[in-house]
Design a binder for this molecule. Sequence first.
Ligand code: HEM
Length: 527
Amino acid sequence: MEVLFATSVWLISTIFTGLAILGGILGYLYGPYWGVRRVPGPPTIPLLGHLPLLAKYGPDVFSVLAEQYGPIFRFHMGRQPLIIVADAELCREVGIKKFKDIPNRSIPAPISASPLHQKGLFFTRDARWSTMRNTILSVYQPSHLASLVPTMQSFIESATEKLHSSKEEEITFSTLSLGLATDILGQAAFGVNFGLSNTHSIGKSIKKIDGEDNDDEVSDFINQHIYSTTQLKMDFSGSLSIILGLLVPILQEPFRQILKRIPGTMDCKVERTNRKLSGRVDDIVAKRMKDRERGSKDFLSVIMKAMESEAVSKNFFTPDYISAVTYEHLLAGSATTAFTLSSIVYLVAGHPEVEKKLLAEIDGFGPSDQMPTAHDLQHKFPYIDQVIKEAMRFYMVSPLVARETSRDVEIGGYLLPKGTWVWLALGVLAKDPKNFPEPDKFRPERFDPNCQELKQRHPYAFIPFGIGPRSCIGQKFALQELNLSLIHLYRKYVFRHSPDMEKPLELEYGIVLNFKNGVKLRVIRRT
Ligand code: HEM
């Protein structure tokens, strides 16, 4: 009798424990979904969520879903539901009108393992973010940007000279533009000349990291930067711990701790690279902190000066944060600007009528050795401005921007609980035929300030640099660099698509959009 009783108690307690564990697992897996279940979205597969749809449609997945489910819908990145906002007015609501309820960014799995990425402006939160942002804003005053024109110019000149002396007819333009953008930012951020736009080293060097080939200090540093950036994948091509982070976030960190110790795994390589990279950035910062002489105008010096002169900033800008914001400068500005420059040149190469107007405007500015000032760049090249905007609309480098609610908030008729990830689908807005008729046509004239299409467009339909107080801090820097680069390039050359290039261009999702196979172009010298 006693044995039977004990067995029954054991059985019941086992069942209850089992049920509690099951409940815990289900609660963990479906908890985030429960709060937003009323928002429409496609049926989800447990654990995977909607990742198979991402694999099927690629970056177009959000346009496909917006057509089916409307301006606000659910997309499950593995376990994590995202509320995707694909409407200009709702973006204004999230980014501007309700900013105080949605002031921060959610941190996606690929970033959560990297303090260097987390301590930059992008992922800092609340009061720390606003203090950091206000200090950093001083670096982007128009006068400071204008003073960077000669630096940008000299890098662009040396990159274009390389084309001039090159015997090859075909180049991978995306490699050249990444070298150029990284060099400009290396100088602007750290005051260091990486020397990439003078060599053909980038493509080769990425491979060197895998093979542990030790190059000199600078290119080693930059190789690590590129490797670290390109490994931050948002789909199933990232490291094992990142994939686990997408599926079961709680497992990401323990698995990363194990995998990073196993030689040959991608986690091990990423860890080693990030450690070296942080070490190098920290060394530069520590050296500069000791160095009393800070006459230079690079980002790092300006941040340090601001830190020393303001008590508030001093508390916030500890050396680890200084390293992170300086590195972020390089990170946020290089791949984005390089992608944009490559896509402009690629699109112009396929549209002779656009090329003709562009050349006429550039040639009409003055003799080819007349360097434009920052003021000229803003006012004397209206067609370049239209071409840049249209190319950014056509291939939006950052098609999604992340936000997270800090309290319960109503958006588009749905009450979203505190902690909901709300992502703005800038890429979907940019291809919405309501605001951009025939969206798959490349037509810079749709950004002519006098055209009817622009006048009828929603003011927030085109927001490639984001929206509201958290919008891109480097927008003017990037536009100045793009304008200067285009003027210099088209004064000497025109470009044609290489027969080796796939059509249409294939893209892949990293932390920003990237070209799967690079942009290969044939260079033609203008006489
Ligand atoms: C064509 C080039 C670029 C594009 C398309 C771009 C795009 C973006 C976008 C979409 C965001 C998010 C905005 C939001 O959440 O509303 C962002 C944020 C940011 N960008 Fe850029 N960016 C570019 C160049 C740069 C450059 C050159 C820098 C630095 C020199 C930079 C630094 C940043 C930083 C620090 C943030 C975070 C701002 C904050 O949270 O306060 N970006 N960028």
